[in-house]
Design a protein around this ligand. Structure first.
Ligand code: ADP
Ligand code: MG
Length: 276
């Protein structure tokens, strides 16, 4: 059973601090949800755990099964069992969907193993069918010309064939209509096992109707500010995040000031009482 430990993670990009000390522990068999307003660092957290090279880790550590992975590259982290279903999957013209997944799966085999292609094709086709992905998917270039929903389903298809130990699903609900959401939610629910730790990043409660989370975390301004159970999801859904900001003393005006000066690039800053 895998265990991912994120300890006091502080990280920045281009001199801008995005993560301000994130702590999170995810074990195989658990499903966590990370919710939070836009721009709060959720996707950044997932990208950093996967090893995106653009971010600078300023403090803290990330451990998988007790060992730091900070020095490992993306492919090494992936081979160790980490997976990210991206919020915005990229298009790769020239590489077919099938070849992409086949290569990813082959790269994970031990030296004495080899891919049994017939069996793999059957698994690929079964997953594509179960996710309602349509004929011809395997021969299309990776994500090229896919609708938003198809891209999201394709991430899940990859995940189910790659079989990770710890998977981040970053807003897989965006771009999916209600039927597709139900389908994907149920599909991922079927994948749940003691061998898989899931981290669902989502804005909305909707996904969690079909894919239940046993731990819920609220992230604001690059930090997990509250953790709890499913009751937090309902509260966010009905009341938004303002109560939490008030509870934590997060200053709205201070936030607006930052957004204003970033947005306009103006030297002017606001004082309390100023109108935007
Ligand atoms: P979330 O997923 O919670 O909506 P993100 O992690 O995508 O938030 O973004 C957090 C913050 O980091 C945002 O303010 C965003 O503008 C900033 N950010 C993310 N990527 C970059 C980048 N490549 N360059 C500069 N800023 C970035
Ligand atoms: Mg995001």
């Amino acid at each position: 059973m895998a265990i991912l430990e994120i300890r006091n993670l502080v990280a920045s990009i281009e001199g801008q601090r995005i993560l301000n000390g994130v702590d999170l522990v995810v074990r195989g068999g658990e499903t966590h949800a990370i919710m939070g307003p836009n721009g709060t660092g959720k996707s950044t957290l997932a990208a950093i755990v996967m090893g995106h090279p653009r971010y600078r880790i300023e403090a803290g550590d990330i451990l998988l099964d007790g060992e730091s992975i900070l020095d490992l590259k993306v492919d090494q982290r992936s081979r160790k069992g980490l997976f990210l279903a991206m919020q915005n999957p990229i298009e790769v013209p020239g590489v077919t969907n099938f070849d992409f997944v086949k290569t990813a799966v082959s790269a994970r085999l031990q030296a004495d193993e080899h891919l049994r292609i017939g069996k793999f094709i059957l698994r690929f086709e079964a997953a594509a069918k179960a996710l309602n992905m349509g004929e011809g998917l395997s021969h299309r270039f990776l994500n090229q010309g896919f609708s938003g929903g198809e891209k999201k389903r394709n991430e899940i298809l990859q995940m189910s064939l790659i079989n990770p130990k710890i998977a981040f699903l970053d807003e897989i609900d965006s771009g999916l209509d209600v039927d597709a959401l139900k389908l994907v939610g149920e599909y991922v629910t079927n994948m749940k096992s003691p061998e898989l730790g899931l981290i669902l990043i989502t804005h909305y409660e909707r996904l969690l109707d079909y894919l239940t989370a046993d731990h819920v975390h609220i992230m604001i301004k690059g930090r997990i500010v509250k953790s709890g159970g499913a009751e937090l999801i309902r509260k966010i859904d009905t009341e938004g995040y303002d109560w939490l900001k008030a509870e934590l003393g997060i200053d709205e005006l201070e936030e607006q000031k930052i957004q204003y000066s970033l947005g306009s690039c103006a030297a002017k800053t606001l004082s309390p009482g100023d109108k935007l």
